[in-house]
Design a protein around this ligand. Structure first.
Ligand code: DGT
Ligand code: CA
Ligand code: CA
Length: 573
């Protein structure tokens, strides 16, 4: 059974957290954490490297010990050291780690002083004010913690799309290879490519449901079998993700797929239309009296309803049915439309790969261009570039451009300072091909001040794109206060673009804002914000979000040829 890089990385970072909560040697903690980061962003599968007999110590950050741990995890799916740690520490500490502002060190303090082992305990001491007795716990931090608790409760147990994806795809492959299974599809919010999924809804057509269901619950990553029934079985995976498997008759495949893809709101609207025509619609088909008139395929279902095929990403009852009737559905952008990536970090700042490595990987992906956009000097934790080092980078890029078959655009992810000025001088920004502006601190300004800040940046004639415009991090940090209406207006006027940051924890702009931007005449850049070569694959998540936002190829600047793109980026240069 495949062990994914992501699983190994998660195991190591959890081990690091637990060791730190226990107060173990910081060097040991750091070694696990580094390894987790490297593995997560690696392009190659560790499992296959182990199978090939590759010497893992040749990888950066991986010594003898870690190499043998990786082998253990690949072979057994588990890490005995982490299992031991879990036994030593109270169970609830794990959920505390998801709260912004609480790292392992603070959790350790809370545990040692108040014996806090759950979100409930935490809420109690935070609300009562007792928490202020601890050194370093001021009002700002406590406010953040309380907000984190509310957010954790609200998001319930939802899983980020990229976390669910390897499991969904592994299960699809696992089920597809079983004898007698004719079709498998992952429906639900997963098929609609939502940024988070509550659970996975898998449909199968098979000639023997009982055997298929037995096989399903034997999936190696199962933690718990919830139910095994006549047409449906449910399991919980090791990471607590729930999976429903449903048996579907071949002749109802289309109607079942439509029903279980949802969304519920979309389904309800379609059902009303059917009722208006005197029909009945359910997961078995469309019926006129007792006679089934459609159901084998989704296309057939939509056709019978007088509609064209509506892509799953649009099925949210946000006007897609009306648009279809008016023949004005968008022709959604595809991953293959993307010609380059306009947000990339390198070892100049906090990236893990060199300019050349990033460029070569991008070339392999078939891109025509990339922009190198490292951090600017204000972001000291990321070794942000000052004018002098940026000029050195420009020089290196110019040399590489003579040598490589992909165009490297000279860029920067420039901090937007509190007053809305940019972190680097106009003289140096002018020399770049593309300037991203980003808010990385002072998230808590008033709506008016934050909006003024960003608008002042947009008005700088060398700025081209606002990176991750709202600053939200899924399940972790809300968007900062921003008057998007005003932002759209000024962007459209100034010829500044907004980013859909494709990092799966950001996806910022989200679907709804991306659609609004488009409607307000603002073009978008879909970009990965890569910090290593593996991250270039995040583009898929950004495109998913764009599709959910009704975005077409023409709305996205990095679908353009280099020449046309450069013209758009010229602005005041
Ligand atoms: P999730 O799992 O919360 O991310 O969202 P979904 O959309 O996957 O929802 P889920 O798993 O509860 O149900 C899967 C699909 O089944 C849903 O998208 C539409 C369909 N469905 C579920 N309940 C109902 C219902 O009461 N009425 C209708 N028409 N469809 C339903
Ligand atoms: Ca679901
Ligand atoms: Ca479900």
């Amino acid at each position: 059974m495949a062990v994914l890089n992501r699983e190994i990385a998660d195991i190591f970072s959890k081990t690091a957290d637990f060791l730190e909560i226990k107060g173990e040697n910081p060097f040991k903690v750091r070694a696990y954490r580094n390894a987790a980061r490297i593995i997560q962003n690696m392009g190659r599968s560790l499992e296959s490297l182990v199978e090939e007999g590759f010497d893992l110590t040749r990888l950066p950050g991986i010594g003898q010990d870690l190499a043998s741990y990786i082998e253990e995890i690949v072979k057994t799916g588990k890490f005995s050291k982490l299992e031991e740690l879990k036994k030593e520490l109270p169970e609830g500490l794990e959920e505390l780690l998801s709260i912004e502002g609480l790292g392992p060190k603070r959790i350790r303090t809370l545990y040692e002083t108040f014996h806090i082992t759950s979100l409930k305990d935490l809420a109690k001491v935070a609300e009562s004010g007792e928490i202020y007795k601890l050194k370093g716990f001021g009002p700002k931090l406590v406010e953040k913690i309380l907000k984190g608790i509310r957010l954790a409760k609200k998001s319930g147990r939802r899983f980020r799309f990229d976390v669910a994806k390897p499991y969904a795809e592994d299960l699809r492959a696992y089920l597809s290879k079983f004898e007698g299974v004719l079709r498998v599809e992952v429906a639900g919010s997963y098929r609609r490519r939502k940024e988070t999924v509550g659970d996975l809804d898998i449909l199968v057509v098979s000639d023997n449901w009982e055997k298929t269901s037995d096989y399903f619950v034997k999936y190696p990553k199962v933690k718990e079998i919830v139910s095994k029934g006549e047409t449906r079985s449910t399991i919980i995976l090791n990471n607590d993700l729930q999976v429903d498997l449903r048996s579907v008759p071949k002749e109802s495949y289309g109607s079942a797929l439509h029903y279980f893809t949802g969304s519920k709101a979309h389904n309800i609207k379609i059902r009303k239309m059917a009722i208006d025509r005197g029909w009945k619609i359910n997961e078995y088909g469309i019926f006129e009296g007792d006679r089934k008139i459609a159901g084998e395929s989704e296309e057939q279902m939509y056709e019978m309803m007088g509609l064209c095929f509506i892509e799953p990403e649009l099925r949210e009852d946000r006007g897609e049915i009306e648009a279809c009737l008016k023949h004005s559905l968008p022709k959604l952008i595809n991953l293959s439309d993307i010609k380059g990536d306009l947000h990339i970090h390198t070892t100049y700042t906090d990236g893990k790969a060199s300019i050349k490595e990033m460029a070569s990987k991008a070339y392999e992906k078939g891109y025509k261009y990339i922009a190198i956009t490292d951090h600017s000097k204000h972001l000291t934790v990321a070794k942000g570039l000052d004018e002098k080092r940026l000029l050195e980078q420009i020089e290196e890029i110019e040399k590489l451009n003579e040598e490589l078959d992909i165009e490297i655009l000279k860029g920067i992810e420039c901090d937007i300072l509190e007053d809305g000025s940019l972190d680097l001088s106009d003289e140096v920004l002018k020399r770049l091909d593309v300037v991203l502006g980003a808010v990385h601190f002072k998230f808590n300004l008033s709506k008016e001040k934050q909006t003024d800040r960003v608008i002042r940046a947009i008005k700088n004639p060398y700025l081209n794109i606002i990176a991750h415009p709202t600053g939200r991090v899924i399940g972790h940090r809300n968007a900062y206060e921003l008057d998007m209406d005003r932002i759209f207006e000024v962007c459209a006027k100034e010829g500044v673009f907004l980013e859909i940051n494709a990092q799966p924890e950001r996806l910022d702009l989200n679907d709804i804002l991306a659609r609004e931007a488009k409607n307000r005449g603002v073009k978008l850049s879909i970009a990965t914000d890569s910090h290593d070569i593996g991250c270039l694959d995040f583009m898929e998540y950004g495109v998913n979000q764009a599709r959910r936002g009704w975005i077409e190829r023409e709305d996205v600047i990095n679908t353009l040829d280099l020449k046309d793109l450069k013209r758009l980026l010229k602005r005041g240069r």
